[in-house]
Design a protein around this ligand. Structure first.
Ligand code: ADP
Length: 307
């Protein structure tokens, strides 16, 4: 993708953002906290003309979270397969001690449509089947830029092999960061796992643009009553990695998986690879939130090394 196809407006104050997009007569009349995220503060803003906006804020030096999120949302939107909020701009504000912000469309779901989960499964399959080459700038797996998974950096260096990408840019950096949690014998298992990854993972039939952090908290109901995706950590990879993530924290309803299977071909053996994809997410949680994730990480590590 060249830099013109995903462009993000940067502004130097909230006030200038409001007048740039909604006219100089508009101002913020109400600011209400929205809860539910782990990383940023979130707000519903109401403008003087009644327009609602969604704003995330963080420290000034973390503006990079928001530019990466905006590019990710724009990449998903570009595939025209599934709803995502429209991003207006990212910026920094000097007032109030200074902060960075991301301004986007406020998603206000009414009721859910009938066959909500089946529709979402079909749309996700369409996202996974959309041409993805433009998101890597030439190679097959990775993304045009690095981004974030939670508040940790996610490497997206482009690789021609999915298995090598998953080793070099996903498992290996997380294990390196978590090294102090492991004994010498654990670390031998880590080496063994990483050097035998090609015996467990398979190359996909086609590279897919992934949401990258697809748990239920990142799916909300849009104004059309359909499932919309928020807060992505996009990259081009194997669609199975998105499906695995949906199963990590409770799973989506059965009809979602049945409908996805109807809409897209699954390579045999997904179940035997699922926990390995989720090992990346669990290692990331271990590195972000600490030791309560260690037992799950070690269980998956020994399962793959011993079987
Ligand atoms: P964080 O980056 O801190 O993880 P999220 O992106 O998860 O924050 O957003 C926090 C909460 O705000 C979500 O759980 C969701 O309920 C709500 N939310 C996120 N994006 C929007 C939006 N565009 N419109 C309305 N509500 C939103």
């Amino acid at each position: 993708m060249d830099s013109t196809s995903i462009s993000l407006q940067h502004v130097t104050s909230l006030e200038s953002a409001i007048s740039l997009f909604w006219g100089s007569g508009r101002r913020i009349v109400q600011k209400e906290r929205v809860f539910g995220g782990d990383i940023n503060q979130a707000f519903r803003l109401t403008l003087s003309d009644g327009t609602h906006l969604f704003m995330k804020t963080n420290d000034k030096q973390n503006k990079c979270f928001f530019t990466a999120e905006a590019v990710g949302l724009a990449a998903i939107a570009q595939c025209r397969a599934v709803g995502t909020p429209h991003v207006f701009c990212a910026g920094t504000e000097e007032d109030g001690g200074g902060f960075s912000f991301l301004l986007m469309e406020f998603i206000q779901g009414a009721g859910r449509i009938r066959h909500y989960w089946e529709t979402f499964a079909h749309e996700l399959a369409a996202l996974h089947q959309a041409p993805a080459a433009e998101f890597t700038g030439g190679g097959k797996y990775g993304f045009i830029q690095d981004n974030y998974i939670g508040r940790r950096e996610q490497q997206n260096t482009v690789h021609d092999s999915w298995v090598s990408f998953f080793r070099d840019c996903r498992l290996e950096p997380q294990f390196r960061q978590a090294v102090h949690y492991f004994s010498t014998s654990d670390l031998k298992m880590v080496d063994r796992l990483l050097s035998h990854l090609d015996e467990i993972l398979v190359e996909p039939e086609q590279p897919s643009l992934l949401h990258g952090d697809l748990w239920s908290g990142n799916v909300i109901t849009g104004k059309d009553g359909k499932a919309w995706m928020i807060d992505p950590a996009v990259y081009v990879g194997h669609a199975e990695a998105d499906l695995a993530m949906t199963e990590l924290f409770g799973g989506f309803p059965r009809e979602f998986y049945d409908a996805y299977r109807e809409a897209a071909s699954w390579q045999p053996g997904y179940e035997s690879r699922r926990d390995l994809y989720n090992l990346y997410q669990l290692l990331n949680h271990l590195n972000m939130f600490g030791g309560s994730y260690l037992t799950s990480v070690k269980r998956i590590l020994s399962f793959y090394v011993e079987n």
